[in-house]
Ligand binder design. Structure first.
Ligand code: WTA
Length: 657
């Protein structure tokens, strides 16, 4: 932060005491939902209420059963119903005469723009569906997608959905090694990737990197994007050639409501990522409803921008499926928020007249650092609603967002959800509920969230407990790909006498108004800039380096990224723990997992704190990393280890300052 107290900061300091922000009369007056009757209606019969929301989709065949809960925790929503996601996202809008509507105002890093219409998406999607089939992809086959933020990623996803081939999108920031692993785990038949990706003025040779590790797939489709030199092998197919050769029509496959729509790998408490599986009917129902009502969307007039990457669930649900189901116009930006300059987001908001903006607290904190002058240089008067997702938002960032970006007139919706939940679960409906900075809000209609203790009893309001979801919801994951046992163990085994209660993995408290204050993860998941990483995954990458004997990874609170990764590393051979090795280890982790997983700090430790049975006590390492008083050290084999680590961390802390 700047050391001089600017006018903005003074204003924010004054606002910090304000607990509630009520929707203005103007906001309430135009809102789709302006009071609490929807919550009450849904509470009476949640399944029936969701069934009414499912009618917003086009079904080829209506369902027999809304919710089949005969075999918990394996639930089926809208069983017997048939539909197609790509039909709902594209055809029906085009058939209704809205083919010329812009689905995405796309902006490239170098200033290029493309207006992507619904009609164009539909034609491309059908061609792509035919191209996939021409190369042997069938309904039920998994297709990997490793693409940057370009319109082709939407075409690729919807083409898969059209033929019922579940997609497995991997975030562009992951390494080729990670892609390979995810292709293996999901038994992908084909991969759709790109010649090169641009990042801050540089071009990464993506296809080369993919080739270097070798992908276990039959066909690799390559989108030509940057024109960077791109070797093509026997099993490689240019995307544009395959699409040109394909017929422009492919009927949408009528798929069962429970047909898998996609797999998305996410980090859990072990090194192996979890293949979270989402199906079609329930997921689309929840995503369409939440996108419409949480953002109070008017598809005729709004211009919506979610700044996430399609490689995360936020991109799946709120860049691709939600906005397209609702037929709205979105902005898609290829680049980083600080390239070509730190005001690019606001420049694009002004240029396209963005009305709804959805981003993550970590991005808001970065913008705060860059200064209020940057948004002030642009006309942001079209904005009317702001959203936040990915991690708890600290009140100061909330207020800055509200005041500086939203001009004090736009409601801020803080949306709590997870890859597993498919769609938003806890938030405030902007025309109906007050916002409280720092609290995500209340469960949405039809969602039953509770804060429980270790034994499964509700904790009194105001006290911290474990977040739980007590009733199945339509967008919930259905299983972990080919790992039903892990699905049950991870999510439905915390409270054995409540076999249908879903264990979230977050700590939270509820206040007297029923608002939820999420504190953070209780498992070994780290949230760096809203990106989920597992400590075990990072540890196993570090110990794979020849110089390392042992490593323990913990999270440390971080002003900018929410949490940061700290690695305690014990070396094996002769090499000394110096700056060169530190850099080498960080690059090693980048190559194994991706740059996002590089530890912010590495602490060389002659030994790690272990119990007498040899278990590493991460709790103590977290205390050290965050500079807290150490908890109980009496169970340690060698308590002196902690003193040594404390000294080291403190010494480095001084250097950093
Ligand atoms: C955290 C991202 C507080 C939480 C959609 C959750 C949040 C994890 C919020 C899921 C929020 C997400 N307030 N915490 N509004 N949104 N989280 O799977 O710890 O990448 O469990 O899904 O992010 O991360 P995931």
């Amino acid at each position: 932060m700047t050391s001089t107290t600017t006018g903005v900061e003074r204003e924010l300091d004054e606002l910090l005491g304000r607990e509630r922000f009520a929707p203005s009369e103007g906001v309430r007056g135009r809102a789709l939902i302006a009071d609490g009757t929807v919550h009450a209606e849904a509470a009476q019969d949640p399944a029936a209420w969701w069934a009414r929301q499912a009618e917003a989709l086009d079904w080829f065949e209506r369902w027999d059963t809304v919710l089949d809960d005969a075999n918990p925790p394996f639930y089926r929503w809208f069983a017997g119903g048939k539909l197609n996601a790509s039909y709902n996202c594209l055809d029906r809008h085009v058939e209704a005469g809205r083919g010329d509507r812009v689905a995405f105002h796309w902006h490239g890093e170098e200033g290029e723009t493309r207006a992507i219409t619904y009609a164009w998406l539909l034609e491309q999607t059908q061609r792509a569906a035919n191209a996939l089939e021409a190369h042997g992809v069938r309904t039920g086959d998994v297709v990997g997608i490793f693409l940057p933020m370009i319109p082709e990623v939407v075409v690729a996803m919807l083409a898969c959905a059209r033929i019922g081939a579940p997609h497995n999108v991997v975030f562009g920031g992951f390494s080729a090694e990670s892609v390979k692993e995810r292709m293996e785990f999901s038994e992908a038949k084909a991969l759709i990737t790109v010649d090169g990706a641009r990042r801050k003025g540089k071009t990464a040779a993506v296809k080369r990197a993919v080739d270097a590790v070798g992908m276990p797939v039959q066909t690799t489709f390559v989108v030509r994007h940057t024109g960077v030199d791109c070797p093509m092998g026997e099993r490689d197919v240019w995307w544009h050639e395959a699409l040109e050769a394909a017929a422009p029509e492919r009927a949408p496959e009528p798929l069962d409501a429970e047909h898998p729509l996609y797999i998305l790998y996410s980090s859990g408490s072990t090194a192996k990522p979890k293949g979270i599986l989402h199906t079609t009917g329930g997921y689309l129902t929840q995503v369409a409803w939440t996108h419409r009502h949480v953002f109070d969307l008017d598809p005729e007039t709004d211009v919506y921008w979610c700044s996430a990457d399609v490689g995360w669930v936020t991109g799946h649900s709120y860049i691709v499926y939600g906005p397209l189901l609702n037929g709205c116009t979105s902005v898609m930006y290829e680049g980083a928020p600080d390239y070509p300059h730190k005001g690019i987001w606001w420049e694009l908001c002004e240029r396209d007249g963005v009305t709804i903006f959805y981003t993550a607290p970590t991005a808001i904190r970065a913008c705060m650092k860059w200064g209020a002058e940057l948004p002030a240089r642009h006309d942001l008067s079209a904005l009317r609603l702001l959203g936040s997702v990915g991690e708890p938002i600290n009140p100061k960032a909330w207020l800055w967002y509200w005041k500086v970006v939203g001009g004090g007139r736009c409601p801020v919706v803080d949306t709590w959800w997870q890859t597993e939940t498919g769609g938003i679960m806890v938030t405030t409906l902007p025309g109906a509920q007050d916002a409280k900075p720092g609290s995500a809000g209340t469960p949405l209609p039809g969602i039953d969230v509770a804060v429980l203790d270790e034994d499964g009893a509700p904790v009194p309001d105001g006290r911290q407990g474990l977040l739980a979801i007590r009733r199945p919801w339509p967008g919930m994951l259905r299983t972990l790909f080919k790992d039903e046992q892990r699905y049950v163990e991870t999510y439905f085994s915390k409270w054995p006498d409540q076999p249908g209660t879903y264990f979230v993995g977050d700590a939270a408290r509820r206040d007297a108004d029923g608002y939820h204050w999420v504190i953070g993860r209780v498992d070994d998941v780290i949230n760096v800039s809203g990106h989920r990483l597992s400590t075990a995954e990072v540890e196993s990458a570090i110990v794979a380096h020849a110089a390392v004997a042992e490593a323990a990874v913990v999270a440390q609170h971080d002003e900018d990224t929410g949490q940061a990764i700290v690695a305690f590393v014990t070396l094996a051979g002769e090499r000394a723990g110096d700056a060169a090795l530190e850099a080498e280890l960080r690059e090693h982790v980048a190559a194994r997992i991706g740059k996002l997983a590089r530890p912010k700090r590495i602490v060389w430790s002659a030994d790690l704190p272990k119990t007498r049975s040899g278990k590493i006590m991460r709790r103590l390492l977290r205390d050290v990393a965050e500079g807290r008083e150490l908890g109980d050290v009496t169970t340690l084999r060698d308590p002196a280890v902690m003193e040594e680590l404390k000294r080291k961390v403190a010494a480095r802390g001084d250097d950093d300052a």
